[in-house]
Design a protein around this ligand. Structure first.
Ligand code: ZN
Length: 86
C-alpha cells in the first residue's frame, strides 16, 4: 500500500488493517490511517465493535466448554459411545 493510500484508507482497507491491528502488526503509517478513518467512518466503528463482540463471545464460549465435562463424565460418554458403536 502506498503511503498516501495508507493514510487515507477506505473501508475495505480498514477491515484488513483491523486484522493486522489485532495481531499487533500495524506500521506507524497504517496505525495513523486506521485511526484517522475511524474518526469519521461510523460504519467501520460499528464493524469493529461487532467484530470485538463476536471475538469475546467465541472466546468466552470456548473457555466455558473446556471446563464443562469432568474426566469422569468423559469416560462415561466414551463408554456409551463405544457401546453404541458395537
Ligand atoms: Zn469505513
Amino acid at each position: 500500500m502506498s503511503l498516501l493510500k495508507t493514510l487515507f484508507a477506505n473501508c475495505r482497507d480498514v477491515t484488513f488493517l483491523h486484522q493486522k491491528q489485532r495481531e499487533g502488526k500495524l506500521s506507524f503509517a497504517e496505525s495513523i490511517g486506521y485511526r484517522l478513518h475511524l474518526l469519521y467512518c461510523k460504519v467501520c466503528r460499528l464493524f469493529i465493535h461487532q467484530s470485538e463482540q463476536i471475538e469475546k463471545c467465541v472466546h468466552h464460549s470456548n473457555s466455558k466448554h473446556k471446563s464443562e465435562l469432568s474426566a469422569d463424565a468423559k469416560i462415561k460418554m466414551q463408554r456409551a459411545l463405544d457401546n453404541e458403536m458395537q
